[in-house]
Design a protein around this ligand. Structure first.
Ligand SMILES: O=C(O)c1ccccc1NCC(=O)[C@H](O)[C@H](O)COP(=O)(O)O
Length: 216
């Protein structure tokens, strides 16, 4: 076991992000995802709150619905989260503690996404979030960052690994970092913004298989 690997006894948490259709949601739920993401940030995957609301209705209670935002005014985030009915809010900007506090409400999970930086130790909960997401500098671009670099320091607390994950690298990434969970978007698409049900199923299987057999 490398010193970057933490020993935890929980199953790997898997989030599939950027879903846009009923078929996408059905594929993610059937594959056993723990969370599904709807993008409200500027993106080819961006969707209307009313569409997300419709899709979220088909998501069972045990699967977390997440609205994804980047550098948007607080009032817009609030309004879109309410209108779509998502149970979690994921922020990709450089919002501060007050912004997180203003979004806090009973039953809502807050995710803070940050770009991984060599030598810097992040801490889940630092700004009031419930989950930390360590991502590539360009979110949703399908570009991995070097999680195996010697300067990588795993965050404290619950965190998801994201950025260029695929069925081919998720196992090694989880083994190397000891991540509590993973988040993927581009790696389960057949073309930009178009999800592929088979890729979703293979990704979840690959991630969980490795996590079960590792020391994380
Ligand atoms: O998906 C987008 O285009 C996007 C735009 C702005 C902020 C966040 C966005 N996506 C977030 C994610 O899909 C994931 O949290 C993560 O970045 C993984 O993306 P990928 O590298 O494509 O697997």
């Amino acid at each position: 076991m490398t010193d970057t690997v933490r020993a935890v006894a929980e199953p790997l948490f898997v989030k599939i992000c950027g879903l846009r259709t009923h078929e996408d949601v059905a594929a993610a739920v059937a594959a056993g995802a723990d969370a599904v993401g709807f993008v409200f940030a500027e993106s080819p995957r961006r969707m209307e709150a009313s569409v997300a609301r419709e899709l979220a209705r088909a998501v069972p209670e045990h699967v977390l619905t997440v609205g994804v935002f980047r550098r948007q005014p607080l009032e817009d985030v609030r309004a879109l989260a309410e209108a779509s009915g998502v149970r979690a809010v994921q922020l990709h900007g450089d919002e501060g503690e007050e912004y997180y506090a203003a979004l806090r409400r009973p039953g809502r999970t807050l995710l803070r996404a940050v770009a991984a930086r060599e030598g810097r130790r992040e801490r889940c909960g630092g700004l009031g979030e419930d989950l930390l997401l360590l991502d590539a500098p360009a979110p949703g671009a399908g570009r991995p960052w070097d999680w195996s670099a010697p300067g990588f320091v795993p965050p404290e607390g619950r965190w998801l690994l994201a950025g260029g994950l695929t069925v081919g690298n998720v196992g090694e990434a989880v083994r190397a970092t000891g991540a509590w969970g993973v988040d993927v978007s581009s790696g389960v698409e057949r073309e930009r913004g178009v999800k592929d049900a088979e890729l979703i199923a293979s990704f979840v299987r690959a991630a969980r298989t490795v996590a079960q057999g590792s020391d994380r």
